[in-house]
Ligand binder design. Sequence first.
Ligand SMILES: Nc1ncnc2c1ncn2[C@@H]1O[C@H](COP(=O)(O)OP(=O)(O)O)[C@@H](O)[C@H]1O
Ligand SMILES: [Mg+2]
Length: 358
Amino acid sequence: MDRQAVLNLLNSITDPKSGRGLADAGLVQGLSLREGRAGFMLEVGGEDITLYAAVREAAEKALLTLPGIDKAQVVLTSAEPPVPEGAVRVRKGAKVAADKGAEVRPPVTAETPDHVRRVIAIASGKGGVGKSTVAVNLALAFQRRGLSVGLLDADVYGPSIPTMLGVDAEPVFENGKLQPIDAHGLKLMSIGFLVDEAAAMIWRGPMASSAVRQMIHDVRWAGEGDPLDILIVDLPPGTGDVQLTLIQKLTLDGAVIVSTPNEIALIDARRAASMFAKTGTPILGVVENMAYFEDASGAKIEIFGRGGAAKEASALGVPLLAEVPIDVALRQAGDTGRPLATGAAAEAFDRMAEALSQ
Ligand SMILES: Nc1ncnc2c1ncn2[C@@H]1O[C@H](COP(=O)(O)OP(=O)(O)O)[C@@H](O)[C@H]1O
Ligand SMILES: [Mg+2]
């Protein structure tokens, strides 16, 4: 069968929109000609479907006039972009169905890691308020008090603890268990060691849940006769599905909320507090980070305001555990992976560890 003859024939039918022949107007898509059959797709804009119904019929009739063709099929389709599988096309007034996969799925059963005496989570509603800084320095302060301490970096959105402790290592499997990395005497495990960061960014609760399971069951935090006194967990910022799953999955003895003194951060800290209330996790206290900056003359400059976190703590009925100043050395320590052991900031963390040891 001669394709060109078929296209010429289809050009004898006029496209009502452009006034040109159908083939010339580019409306003949996927022409197939074989074994006495002819067919193609007539792709038009969604709103033009009715307008082209007659064109479709005319095209089929025309094809049937060709010698050797006894079946003709022209499929009229709308050329709008296909909707990806699972997506919902939203128009004004359209209803959007709930995405089953995105639902939080209670009940989640909480689990405790083997050979760990106490688990404390460090949380904040907001990112960048110093949660990881508090987690690292609190862990070191507990260690200065003679405790054996583990640090679990569960921040799927930005695992930064390996950088803050200056370690870049691959944990090894030994006897079927992951060995935590030794960093400044702390036992460290980071979600960043186990999963691709870009993949973790788009996690949903069920994935966070299975990562936490791994952290609980596949890591040898401590030996049988030599339990870890305390495991500090750096949670991802926010109060979404992932955070909720993490705190539901891991048996927590309590949570510490970190906030800067400004209202914007406090609003999110309040959300974090209500997330813990929802899961029955005790809030151990609030840390006011970046509380002030002391200049060379010794004057305290309250960059983010002052006392907001203290007020929040008393509203929640929990202690204010520390007021950590803005400290250049503390920031440098985080960036270079050489944590501080002395100075005003370190002392604030020592007091915090003491308060949490009562
Ligand atoms: N009290 C502080 N003084 C100076 N820099 C700080 C202080 N607290 C945190 N930082 C710095 O601010 C940045 C964000 O802190 P980080 O602990 O990573 O926050 P989060 O974990 O809440 O996102 C880091 O560069 C950190 O070194
Ligand atoms: Mg962090």
